[in-house]
Design a protein around this ligand. Structure first.
Ligand code: CAA
Length: 283
């Protein structure tokens, strides 16, 4: 199948990053969210990032203008009536995702693929909320989307091979490297990354070292571009907690129990960079 038109549901950090790379690669994109303000915020972020690419001479002014032209704001899921693929990047909440997928299943044409950018929720369960589970798939991008090469492509129980192949091909046209994984909690990326971050939070909680020291150990000792506590702030502590809870519940194994300090920060509303405070403070 030839994909030409995409709808990205959710204009936050991930959704706007996905819309950015899709528009830059030549796809027509509806960027959908609940309000005009949310969509405009997403589009402003995309324009800022495209300007950065122009300033670095990686893109011309004309290419930037064409990319912006390909982006259409949307606050109505009915705009999905002529799309070829939806990439959902809404809140990480199973009930919300199921409700979006059920609606999209009614609106999108029969050939359309319904993909989710979920970072840990079961694709098979999301697919069960539709009448086309064979066309439901996971397409997990990494933050910041325009920079990070990986897209984890997750096959649900019923995902058909040609759907997988179409999505894999699309990911390559976005300049990404697709990696195939099966549908288990946290897939590969977050099953490995989040327990590492959670353990870093435990080392802070138990007073093993300061936050700066923990981050330096992992940067200088393991060549990580960011320390785990800085990375947790960057991802969002609410997201980190949600993923740990998904792993804990999904595997029923206490090795995935979220650190009490992570819970405390989330309860305090210290969610990381997006709220100005997490493990660190942001201006
Ligand atoms: N959008 C677009 N481009 C961005 C960007 C953003 N938000 N942030 C940084 N960049 C670009 C910069 O323009 C710069 O581009 P050039 O190399 O072309 O000049 C490049 O990224 C490097 O940026 P900086 O020099 O400002 O900063 P840096 O060297 O510290 O890199 C980083 C920033 C790429 C974010 C780097 O710190 C990094 O790789 N961090 C780890 C990121 C990571 O682990 N992401 C995965 C998170 S987990 C996830 O997403 C999945 C999940 O489910 C939770």
């Amino acid at each position: 199948m030839d994909i030409k038109t995409v709808m990205v549901v959710g204009a936050g950090q991930m959704g706007s990053g996905i819309a950015h790379v899709c528009a830059a690669a030549g796809y027509n994109v509806f960027l959908n969210d609940l309000s005009v303000a949310l969509v405009e915020k997403g589009l402003d972020g995309i324009e800022r990032n495209l300007n950065r690419q122009v300033a670095k001479e990686r893109m011309t002014e004309l290419e930037k203008a064409n990319s912006m032209e390909r982006l259409s704001p949307s606050i109505d899921l009915n705009d999905a009536e002529n799309i070829d693929i939806v990439i959902e990047a809404a809140t990480e909440n199973m009930e919300i995702k199921k409700s979006i997928f059920t609606k999209l299943d009614e609106i999108a044409p029969q050939h359309a693929i319904l993909a989710s950018n979920t970072s840990s929720l079961p694709i098979t369960e999301i697919a069960a909320a539709t009448t086309r589970p064979e066309k439901v798939i996971g397409m997990h991008f990494m933050n910041p989307v325009p920079v990070m090469k990986l897209v984890e492509i997750i096959r649900g129980l019923a995902t058909e091979d040609h759907v997988y192949e179409t999505v894999e091909k699309m990911a390559k046209t976005l300049g990404k490297v697709p990696i195939e994984v099966n549908d288990f909690p946290g897939f590969v990326s977050n099953r490995v990354l989040m327990p590492m971050i959670n353990e870093a939070i435990y080392t802070l909680y138990e007073g093993v070292a300061t936050k700066e020291a923990i981050d330096e150990v992992m940067k200088l000792g393991m060549n990580h571009p960011m320390g785990p506590l800085t990375l947790a702030d960057f991802i969002g502590l609410d997201t980190c907690l949600y993923i740990m809870e998904t792993l804990h519940k999904g595997f029923g194994d206490d090795k995935y129990r979220p650190c009490p300090l992570l819970r405390k920060y989330v309860k305090a509303g210290w969610l990381g960079k997006k709220t100005g405070r997490g493990f660190y403070e942001y201006g």
